[in-house]
Write a protein that binds this ligand. Structure first.
Ligand code: KG4
Ligand code: ZN
Length: 330
């Protein structure tokens, strides 16, 4: 495996299409971002209240090459100056992943470049290694996104030892489903975050189930919110929407913080790092003042984090990657 030092002076172009963001980025081995383009499809899916896989795939197909072109343009380089192509191989929506993977294979093959398949979850951890705020392991990493909630022991870059995970919904999914119950639309995390700022987090008691070991469970919380919403008269519901959002957010944040702290203690980690879409949550950021958070722009899906993780992943030399497949689940 090539380490970052042997790649000095070389540029990586990365593609990310695992869900509803079509993204391309160019970084160098120091972790400096030369371009980071994210075309979000959120608006397209909002009317359906969530991501529609087939709609996502078709949109990726339209956007992937324009987004790559824009990234190269912003970085001020031609494809000929790129030294390796990285791409998210999984987990994610299979049709969406295949668009990025096929495009990446095509680009790499045309220029006889190596291809670096990257795991999306390792990609989120990679968001910590980018300049100008690079964070060095060891740390206990809390990865909380729309599809995953994991506690990971990261002893050095590229390491990924899973200590705990969710038994049902992911934390971001709990935010999205809660937002839907509160009539806030999709994507829900940001909407709850904003509304919660105007509410009382102690107004409602939403308990989060404590499951054994270092795992999480959020589905009971969602049901508690459903009952609270159902039991309130319409006019009171309207008046108390911010209190509901604040109390619901508080419960998710408490669960994440307490488990992350337990895990850090268990492995003797002196530092906690937080990545993934939910790492953008303002209450979570305030609740862990000592923790290292991925920069806001790099919390939700992007290709810079995929390029970053590619520095620590195995590259496949030309043309050995043509039969490479995507994977939907971890
Ligand atoms: O990492 P990400 O972009 O996609 C996945 O890999 O899943 O995470 C998206 C998730 C969504 O569930 C979204 O609601 C949540 O991150 N999210 C937030 C916030 N911003 C995004 N959740 C809570 N507070 C936020 N500010
Ligand atoms: Zn993600």
């Amino acid at each position: 495996m090539e380490g970052p030092d042997q790649r000095a002076g070389r540029l990586i172009l990365a593609l990310e299409t695992s869900c509803d963001e079509t993204a391309a980025a160019v970084i160098d081995p120091s972790g400096r971002i030369h371009a980071n383009v994210v075309a979000s499809q959120a608006e397209l899916h909002a009317r359906f209240g969530g991501v529609v896989p087939e709609v996502a795939s078709r949109r990726h197909l339209e956007l992937v090459l324009p987004v790559v072109r824009q990234a190269l343009g912003e970085a001020g380089v031609r494809l000929d100056e790129i030294d390796a192509i990285a791409v998210t191989q999984g987990p994610g929506l299979i049709g969406a992943l295949l668009v990025g993977l096929s495009a990446a294979k095509g680009l790499a093959w045309a220029k006889e470049l190596p291809l670096v398949p990257v795991d999306h979850l390792q990609g989120h951890v990679g968001s910590l290694y980018l300049q100008p705020h690079r964070i060095e392991p060891p740390f206990l990493c809390l990865l909380a996104s729309g599809g995953h909630t994991l506690l990971v022991d990261v002893a050095e870059p590229g390491d990924f030892r899973v200590l705990g995970t969710t038994l049902d919904d992911a934390a971001g999914e709990a935010f999205d489903k809660g937002a839907r119950l509160l009539g806030l639309g999709y994507p829900g995390g940001v909407a709850i975050d904003r509304l919660a700022a105007h509410g009382d987090p102690d107004a409602f008691d939403f308990p989060v189930a404590r499951v054994p070991n270092l795992d999480f469970s959020f589905s009971g919380l969602k049901t508690a919110l459903l009952y609270a919403v159902r039991d309130l008269p319409a006019e009171e519901l309207e008046r108390r929407r911010a209190d509901l959002a604040a109390s619901y957010q508080r419960a998710i944040v408490r669960a994440l913080v307490s488990r992350a702290e337990e895990a850090a203690e268990q492995i003797g980690a002196s530092r906690i790092a937080v990545v993934g879409g939910v790492a953008a949550n303002s209450e979570l950021r305030a609740a862990l003042p000592e923790a290292a958070f991925a920069p806001l722009a790099l919390c939700t899906d992007n290709a810079a984090m995929i390029a970053s993780a590619a520095m620590y992943a195995e590259a496949i030399a030309f043309p050995g990657y043509l039969a490479l497949d995507a994977y939907a689940s971890a």
